[in-house]
Design a protein around this ligand. Structure first.
Ligand SMILES: Nc1ncnc2c1ncn2[C@@H]1O[C@H](COP(=O)(O)OP(=O)(O)OP(=O)(O)O)[C@@H](O)[C@H]1O
Length: 308
């Protein structure tokens, strides 16, 4: 058995308009991971997800889900996938309960009311089971989309911008659910414009720009490799300028003279923090407080896109 649940190889897609939305994309998604796909508007994320879910025809290349080709073995591969789309695609006159029953049936799964009840409960929709979709609030409709995507017990869940326009509380709730699903072994792929979210929740980060995958890397590794760190030293007494003996460390002195900042490479084993602190002591500078700051995923993302 392969350790990958989704395997995309040499995938290219040109829309009839002539727009090349994907260029030779290779991507392998591991069973049970949470992969966040980041990229600016129009980068090709939705196109990629739609091809994996069998909704858009690939131009060239191949896509397999659990070993099944998304074209040749469409039903087999699609059965394993739950998709939470960006936009609402639900009949407004249907009740909540009927719409999840329908979603389950669509993939040939036998009826299992106890399971569907647990899905609705985990999304705080059980009380609304007899309500029509049009009677739900916007946040509830979004949760219903997730319930529908989970109705047939998929192995892989795609969440395309799940938290766009969603309030903070619901967003928290969604991430809690994503965490629970992952514990059950569900693989989760999400696209988001909220990079702090990806930073918090993802195991790996993929960055897409102009139809190309720029990188796919473990989040921890990416943060360590590209995340500069800063050590900030708050002084007891203001300094008029950085002392000569500390020049080698290229410290930055704040305008009020009370803060020295040392910036170093967070991923390198060879930083000079210890030497710098020794030099501070020899210069007889008294410290009031010390704290560190790490460059965020958002800053890393922006600079990677600029480079590209
Ligand atoms: N059906 C279509 N016909 C022609 N061009 C399309 C079609 N769908 C998408 N595109 C184009 O393909 C490119 C990629 O779009 P896609 O929706 O995949 O991007 P995205 O990364 O999901 O963007 P966003 O973050 O805005 O959702 C865009 O330039 C878009 O205009």
């Amino acid at each position: 058995m392969s350790e990958y649940i989704v395997e995309v190889a040499a995938l290219s897609k040109q829309y009839p308009s002539g727009h090349q939305a994907l260029k030779h994309v290779d991507l392998r998604i591991r069973k049970g991971e949470i992969l966040a796909l980041l990229g600016p508007n129009g980068a090709g994320k939705t196109t990629l997800i739609s091809i994996i879910c069998g909704l858009v025809n690939p131009g060239s290349g191949s896509v397999q889900v659990a070993g099944f080709d998304v074209i040749k073995d469409y039903r087999q591969s699609r059965q394993r996938i739950g998709l939470v789309p960006q936009e609402l695609v639900v009949s407004m006159f249907e009740t909540v309960w009927n719409s999840v029953v329908f979603s389950r049936g669509m993939f040939g799964k036998g009826r299992d009311d106890a399971y569907l009840q647990s899905v609705l409960q985990s999304l705080s929709l059980w009380e609304k089971r007899d309500s029509k979709v049009m009677e739900l609030s916007g946040g509830m409709k979004r949760r219903l989309l997730i319930a529908k995507a989970l109705a047939h017990e998929p192995e892989v869940l795609f969440l395309d911008e799940p938290t766009a326009g969603v309030d903070v509380e619901l967003r928290r709730e969604m991430w809690r659910l994503v965490g629970q699903l992952r514990q059950k072994g569900v693989t989760i792929i999400l696209t988001t414009h909220y990079i702090e979210e990806a930073e918090e929740i993802a195991d790996r980060i993929g960055i897409i720009s102009r139809g190309e995958v720029l990188l796919v890397e473990e989040k921890q590794q990416l943060m360590a490799r590209l995340g500069q760190k800063q050590l900030m030293l708050q002084l007891q007494q203001p300094l008029p300028e950085v002392p000569e003996s500390l020049a080698a460390f290229q410290l930055d002195l704040s305008e009020d003279g009370l803060m020295l900042t040392y910036t170093y490479d967070g991923g390198s084993d060879h930083n000079h923090v210890t030497e710098m602190l020794g030099a501070i002591e020899r210069a007889r500078l008294e410290l009031k407080d010390v704290h560190t700051k790490q460059r965020s995923l958002e800053q890393i993302f922006v600079s990677l896109l600029e480079e590209a």
